[in-house]
Unconditional design. Sequence first.
Length: 576
Amino acid sequence: MRRVSVIIPTYNHAPLLKEAIGSLLAQKMNDWDAIIIDNHSDDETVGVVEAFGDTRLRLEKIHNHGVIATSRNKGISLAKTEWIAFLDSDDLWKPDKLTRSMAVIGEKIDLISHREEVVQDGKILSTSPHHSLKDAKYRQLLFKGTCFSPSAALIRKSMLDKIGGFSEDPELVTAEDYDLWLRLINAGANVEFVNEILSSYRLHDKNSSSSIDQHMNSGLKVVEAHYNGLSPKRPLDGLRLKARRSMIIYGAGRSSHRLSLKTKARSYYLYSLINYPFNSRALVGYLLSALPYVGREKPKPMVDNPFLKTTEKATADAVDGQGRNRRWWETKPMTYVDWTKSDRLPRSDQDFIDIKAHVQRTGPWLKAWFERIDLSGLTCADIGSGSGIFSYMLARRGAAVISMDLTETSVMLTSRTTDFFKTPTLIVRGDVESAPFATNSLDFIYSWGVLHHTNNMQAALLEVSRILKPGGQGLIMVYHKNSVVYYLHGLFWLIIRGKLLAGYNLESVQAFYTDGFYHRYLTKSALKKKLVASGLTVKKLHVTQYEKKILPCIPARLDQFLKGRFGMCLIAEFRK
């Protein structure tokens, strides 16, 4: 008997279903079967399933009368495995979804949940946070909202049988999963969270949750029903109920605002404030909904955004995460020219000289480090060599340099740069998440502004640890989360450009102003934790900024003080 049954409800989603099943077949764990519950689709659904020719895929037809819970319950009843997973036909799983989830199974665990990303037209709009067990308490779920999602969960079948599966009440459609989580926790389900993004929830014009009124009303009914059954009630629970109602209504306002239904959005925001006048989000939403264009997409400027354009192109050209990452940097190689320029490659000798001058002029901390470091006799890897300028600078300090980059363009650029400056290096194309170096083979690893652009940064750091010799050292730079840049740019795009009401947050709005298909900003503690988890010892952490003043019109001493605490560059010196 297989370990996991994957329930896939579907209706007229043939193209999306094909991609969803493809993500299932790409799982690194093969011990599963899938039950596809088709609500008598009249498209190519049957042909899509049969074309895969995989005996683990079972297709069942059902009339669910518009209640997706009926389809899910049918799948649960047919399943013969110990564990149940749900994959909506318009969602996708990462290849490690089942492997990572099954790795945390224990005798007392009934529900496993991981993080997921929200994607629209290939763009990541947001990612769910890593939740703690506190978030999975019944009262927390009731008064603060759910921390679970069907395609991001793995549930013990006996627990689903115990509570009778999903509610098939038509009035709970689009919120039946919220009701399920509440009933599972109330029945004593033990939870484990996996701090990895292992699924993608795709927004499109056929999402059932796009029915704003339906989703709001269903959510309100779930909350009312569970509140009425709550016992004992605490003194402030009535106020908590009003705040929860207000947030659900605010969500309807935000969804309307995202669709440029400003009048409807304003009425929802007002209704939200009537329920709970202290809802600051609803107040901000109400005020912004009265302003022209705030919260609305303005197609022309977005088309001209070099970061979004490149991300869209990479998404269209490649299907896997690192493939898209590679395509992004092939399109926009790191040569320190304006991001809006399409021709970014150096053409003349002077171009190479200008790149060197730019790096030395704009990075005073880095220039000072290169002036004092002695790498004589050491084998050094430049991870993510980009233009090759750092490979040259490392070689100038006495290192035997091996340059590695994900893209052919950077391999070519590094070769041209090191040839021009007459500092030959060994150059390879490779992925830092599976580095083409022997274990314990390198004395020093250098990576400036690269590892935060990887698909899986922790995997990249584990590889850094693997290939570094015991006693070996390294230096990396990543973007600093507690920086002026992170908050000023983020708040500008969220508030001034209205992205807050389009569903973005400080993390996801980076897509509008940060380079790379993937981009992360880390705090000191987060970076240190990742390094230590990879088997590396942190010698020192530095915060700095490029030459440009961190804020305009401030004295030089204050500028240096702020750069040392709130600069954009977070640097770690470490050893193994």
